[in-house]
Design a protein. Structure first.
Ligand code: GDP
Ligand code: MG
Length: 670
């Protein structure tokens, strides 16, 4: 009996496995792909006297070299083992799905398109002209509903015909415009008459080579030898003279073609009416998407600030009551001072931000769980690729807004060493939640009514400096180009309350825990240094801290910060939360007076000094743990030292610049 292998390819969640089950019934076994732990499912069915072996490939959005799944799927199709590739397509989302289809066609696979989820398409009122789609793609297209077994016989028939047809018909090709086609033809010339390459589509190899796919370049080099490989490198150089970015160019051309195909084959209820697509038009737009992202972030800060205020007042009141209670009831002067001025004031001044932190995490979890963050990632991906960051850097950077330590660890998903190093070095510029208390405190005192904008400006400043740093590193230190990534786009969902709350709780409680441990220890040290040698109640200007602060103060005189701020910065090296904790202790009026940290800060500083201080806190080394993580992940003291020196110098320069520009502006305005 004749035998034929059929592979099922498609994006994740399009119904490949459902279709696999419908085709094969229970006749299958599960193994692993060679050398890796990715599941490989193989099954059988018979049709018109032929035995078909069906292989369920991992779900992928493209067939590049960026992930294990992609490589498995690509290599399997390249191996030529499968006589027919069934491309399973979600008919409610042709725009996204056809990208893979085009790649399969470019590879020269014998494709049968299974237009799955037709029931959902019908429900949405989409009318897909199957004949038109089939003739545009020049492959058989079979509508299916895998879960109900609809269209399965037709699909088997189409597979049978695809396998038996002679001669093979010609697939459609993606046209890339004359200038680029000339380059492709030149590469194809180099690739011709090499027996090892005969089984591949030379045009596809050429396109991938021009796109810079490292795996494909390796295959080519092995086959054609070094000299011919050099010719291809020259053609690549020529191409780069014509295009500023080949990767984006090729992807854009494919999407243009997809746009045309979808436009021609969908009639009646138009696809745009799907609210996911409609939303995506806005959220994934290169400009509106970015603006929307920033607007949302601003709304998050503004909203959380307003809602948190009464809670913060309540906690403030509670801690001041606690402090005066402790002062009144503890007779030992040193102990009373330690507990009320040191611990209660210090830890309290950090814990007061708990409501705010929880609310911000709540808002971010909502955005994440609804599927919005993936869109933001998509928009950032392209923007970041343009400045020389790999797309995969966005996730670590996003994590960095929570905490820089896991952000740096999350760079492990970036395969390229240079990409990874650049991402590690800029991760500390993402404003983590430990900096928030400083922003909230200073914005609340000095910029009342505009807190949201001021805090957002800190985040934007961090991002801006990350961009500048990347450009600098790419130009002078870690040269090279980043590798791109096509991100997964989950559908929009109603966020699950449980998942959101759990997520919020985990992140929020970590903040409280740090207040209870490292910040507690920090404020005890601060209290000791700010009380002795004079002892409790003595003049703060004659304490160890004042001595230390005075030594460092001249350095910061241009910014006009007094020694207490300088000391808080020094202690902030340990952890940023200590900055506010230390200020709480340093500015606490001894004896639990009514005057609060807020009012003493307000009477001591100008808004400009406050703003430059916030910027400094944003930029200089986040904390000792981050430095330790940089050391662990780069395995290099050199890069750790580089990061430290660079960040401190940058912080100083930016704070100075803000001071200078601010006072100039101030002079103009008055
Ligand atoms: P895979 O990731 O491509 O293997 O997708 P699955 O086979 O796991 O299917 C993803 C989800 O889509 C499952 O919940 C299926 O029940 C559902 N599904 C698959 N095919 C269809 C279909 O034709 N119509 C509908 N409405 N749902 C489907
Ligand atoms: Mg599956």
């Amino acid at each position: 009996m004749k035998k034929c292998v059929v592979a099922l390819a498609g994006n994740p969640n399009v119904g490949k496995t459902a279709l696999f089950n419908a085709l094969t019934g229970a006749r299958h076994h599960v193994g692993n792909w060679p050398g890796v732990t990715v599941e490989k499912r193989v099954g059988w069915f018979r049709y018109r006297g032929v035995k078909y072996e069906v292989v369920d490939l991992p779900g992928t959005y493209s067939l590049g070299s960026y992930s294990l799944d992609e490589r498995i799927a690509r290599d399997y199709i390249l191996s030529g083992e499968a006589a027919v590739v069934v491309d399973v397509v979600d008919s409610t989302n042709l725009h996204r799905n056809l990208y893979l289809t085009l790649q399969l066609l470019e590879m020269g696979a014998n494709v049968v398109v299974a237009l799955n989820m037709m029931d959902e398409a019908e429900q949405k009122g989409l009318k897909i002209d199957i004949k038109r789609l089939s003739s545009l793609l020049r492959v058989p297209v079979v509508p299916t509903v895998a879960v109900e077994g609809r269209g399965i016989e037709d699909l088997k028939c189409a597979i049978y015909e695809e396998m038996t047809q002679h001669p093979r018909h010609h697939h459609m090709t993606v046209g890339y415009g004359r200038a680029v086609e000339v380059m492709i033809a030149r590469v194809v010339d180099v690739l011709r008459s090499h027996p090892q390459l005969e089984k591949y589509s030379l045009r596809w190899l050429a396109v991938r080579a021009l796109e810079g796919d490292k795996d494909i370049l390796k295959i080519i080099e092995d086959a054609v030898g070094e000299e011919s490989a050099k010719k291809i490198k020259d053609i690549q150089k020529d191409l780069r003279n014509v295009l500023d970015d080949p990767v984006i160019f090729f992807a854009d051309k494919r999407y243009e073609l997809i746009e045309d195909i979808v436009g021609e084959s969908i009639t009646g209820g138009r696809e745009e009416w799907s609210y996911t697509d409609l939303l995506d038009r806005v959220t994934s737009h290169p400009i509106f998407g970015l603006l929307m992202f920033f607007a949302l972030m601003w709304a998050v800060f503004e909203f959380t600030f307003r809602v948190a205020e009464p809670f913060m007042d309540a906690i403030d009141f509670l801690f001041s009551q606690l402090a005066s209670f402790a002062t009144r009831n503890i007779s030992n002067a040193a102990l009373s001072s330690l507990i009320s001025d040191g611990i209660i004031n210090g830890v309290g001044s950090v814990l007061i931000f708990t409501p705010n932190i929880f609310l911000i995490f709540l808002a971010l979890s909502l955005l994440e769980d609804s599927g919005y963050m993936a869109r933001a990632a998509f928009v950032m991906d392209r923007a970041m690729y343009r400045i020389g960051l790999p797309g995969k850097a966005f996730i670590p950077m996003l994590v960095g807004f929570g905490c820089n330590v896991p952000a740096i660890m999350a760079t492990r998903t970036i395969e390229d060493e240079k990409d990874r190093l650049v991402t590690i070095l800029i991760a500390p510029l993402m404003s983590c939640s430990a900096r928030l208390p400083v922003y909230i405190l200073f914005a609340g005192i000095f910029f009342a009514g505009r807190e949201g904008s001021i805090i957002l400006s800190m985040y934007l400043l961090g991002i801006l400096l990350a961009v500048v740093t990347t450009l600098f590193l790419r130009r002078f230190v870690v040269k090279g180009k980043p590798s791109p990534l096509i991100l997964e786009m989950p559908p929009y969902r109603l966020p699950s309350l449980k998942a959101v709350l759990l997520n919020t709780w985990e992140r929020g409680s970590a903040f409280v825990k740090r207040a209870g441990t490292i910040i507690f220890a920090g404020v005890v040290v601060v209290w000791f240094l700010s009380t002795y040698p004079g002892g409790p109640g003595s003049d703060i200007n004659h304490t160890y801290l004042a001595y230390i602060g005075r030594v460092a103060e001249p350095l910061f005189r241009p910014m006009g910060w007094d020694w207490r701020l300088v000391v808080a910065l020094l202690l902030g090296f340990l952890a940023k939360e200590i900055v506010v904790g230390a200020l709480g202790t340093l500015y606490s009026p001894s004896g639990g007076e009514e005057a609060s940290l807020r009012s003493s800060l307000q009477s001591t500083f100008t808004p400009l000094q406050a703003y430059s201080f916030m910027a400094f806190v944003l930029i200089y080394v986040p904390c000792l743990a981050t430095l330790a993580t940089i050391r662990a992940e780069t395995r290099s003291w050199k890069w750790t030292a580089f990061a430290t020196v660079y960040l401190v110098a940058l912080a100083y320069a930016v704070a100075l610049l803000i001071t200078a520009v601010g006072s100039l502006l101030g002079r103009w305005m008055t």
